[in-house]
Design a protein around this ligand. Structure first.
Ligand code: GDP
Ligand code: IMO
Ligand code: MG
Length: 430
């Protein structure tokens, strides 16, 4: 039996939450390893909708251990709010089933404020971030002035670290014309929230080592998607963490050998929320139709997602750079009733043809898609639970995608509901 990492292979919102929830029936431990509450993962279980941002999607099933790894940036207040919302929905969250890494970095209110200040500053490149402070928190982590979960145990240490942190942030804020942060108030806020966070704090790499020793199955839950990866995505229109499966090891404290199968979650078309290049974007009624049928609105910010055709070049790049073993193709049902479907099979940049997405911003903006047209289907795939229930042209579409992206399809998802999932090849039985 194999440990599985679930990652997005496009620009996020591919349906990771649904698939992690479905797979977690057989997992013992579910771990988040990067990102923060910029993520919005939706689970639909017998009509009840759960929206998770920081908590691993396995939390909704009883009896699983949920871990927030060191690679995640944690906003303590957002975490406590999410726990409360889930408890109100009848989900049990306690310090037995939720562990957060003591070496994870915290997102503070000043990070969210800086994120918004930069987004609103017209002199900056507008990224269209979630304004949750993700970027500024990772910056502080890498700059070695971040405040970590375990710092909450030591008031004096916290006080000293706040002085260093504010030396940087208040200088920045002054330059941006923003109010300066009061260190005493920040210290008071942190000492106030500390016990509620420390309740869940643990040495999670040890829990994961024990899980390995006991041959428990671990599911690593990625956030965002390959094209939002800080190195391999459409930089600078990316998030501030590495979203590829390689990060699952570092972001949780296990070796790379602990990840046996990388499941890339892939929407049967493409969406993106926020700014940045999107070669197959449809600004016409076809794109609008996809958005309406797919209910393409952001979970975190409520923003309308941009929609377009399936981009096989981009997903193939995600397969290669992220070591994706197999794909879960989601939202196939959204394509029901379309006469024809286009798939991007290459890019044109001026008089050049490319089989990959270039890294340079100027070139990226010039990329034009080369399409192949496939026949659509009029029958419904909505809620299909077996391969045999799919129309022949839908099977043809899936097979062509498989060929183009050079990775096999392991699962197909045909509705938001947990059980409306077709298993083609079991990722756990690698
Ligand atoms: P995530 O961020 O990757 O977990 O994805 P989101 O939850 O942000 O967005 C995916 C949306 O599509 C959610 O509203 C899901 O409930 C929904 N969804 C997931 N799989 C399917 C599917 O196969 N068909 C349809 N119609 N909706 C789906
Ligand atoms: P899930 O896990 C889609 C996008 C933002 C913005 C860029 C940077 O639900 O798939 P950030 O706040 O991270 O600094 O914003 O990344 N973004 C997402 N888009 N799904 C997500 O998460 C995203 N998380 C961040 O819209 O373009
Ligand atoms: Mg999402």
């Amino acid at each position: 039996m194999a440990n599985v990492a679930v990652v997005g292979s496009q620009w996020g919102d591919e349906g990771k939450g649904k698939l992690v929830d479905w797979l977690s029936e057989r997992a013992d431990v579910v771990v988040r390893f990067q990102g923060g509450h910029n993520a919005g993962h939706t689970l639909v279980i017998d009509g009840t909708v759960y929206k998770l941002s920081l908590l691993p999607s396995g939390i909704v099933r009883g009896g699983k251990m949920s871990i927030i790894g060191n690679g995640v940036v944690i906003d303590p207040w957002a975490l406590l709010k999410e726990i409360q919302t889930l408890r109100d929905q009848g989900v049990d969250v306690n310090n037995d089933n939720l562990k957060i890494a003591e070496n994870a970095t915290l997102i503070l209110p000043l990070h969210g404020e800086l994120d918004a200040l930069r987004e609103d500053n017209t002199a900056n490149v507008k990224i269209g971030t979630t304004r949750r402070g993700i970027g500024p928190a990772y910056e502080d982590k890498v700059a070695r002035r971040g405040i970590r979960v375990s710092d909450l145990t030591d008031t004096q240490l916290l006080k000293d670290k706040i002085v260093v942190l504010l030396q940087h942030h208040n200088a920045l804020r002054k330059g941006l014309g923003a109010e300066l942060v009061d260190g005493d108030a920040l210290l008071a806020a942190l000492t106030d929230v500390a016990p509620n966070i420390l309740e869940f704090s643990d040495v999670v790499w040890k829990r994961l080592d024990e899980a390995k020793r006991d041959r428990k199955l671990v599911l690593f839950e990625g956030a965002q998607g390959a094209m939002l990866d800080n190195d391999h995505g459409t930089y600078p229109y990316v998030t501030s963490s590495n979203t590829l499966a390689g990060q699952a090891a570092v972001g949780s404290g296990v070796g790379p050998g602990a990840i046996n199968y990388v499941l890339g979650i892939t929407k049967a078309y493409t969406t993106r929320v926020g700014e940045g290049p999107f070669p197959t974007e449809l600004l016409d009624e076809v794109g609008q139709g996809l958005g309406e049928r797919g209910h393409e609105f952001g979970v975190v910010t409520g923003r309308k997602r941009r929609c377009g055709w399936f981009d096989a070049v981009m997903v193939r790049q995600a397969v290669k750079t992220g070591g994706i073993t197999g794909i879960a193709l989601t939202k196939l049902d959204v394509l029901d009733g379309m006469d024809e479907l286009k798939v991007c099979v290459g890019y044109r940049v001026g008089d050049k043809t490319l089989d990959y997405f270039p890294s340079n911003m100027t070139e990226q903006a010039k990329v034009e898609p080369i399409y192949e047209t496939l026949e659509g289907w009029s029958d419904s795939t909505f809620g299909a639970r077996s391969w045999d229930a799919l129309p022949a042209t839908a099977v043809k579409y899936i097979r062509r995608i498989e060929e183009l992206i050079e990775a096999p399809i392991s699962l197909v998802s045909t509705s938001p509901e947990r059980e409306d999932t077709i298993l083609v090849r079991d990722p756990f039985s690698d």
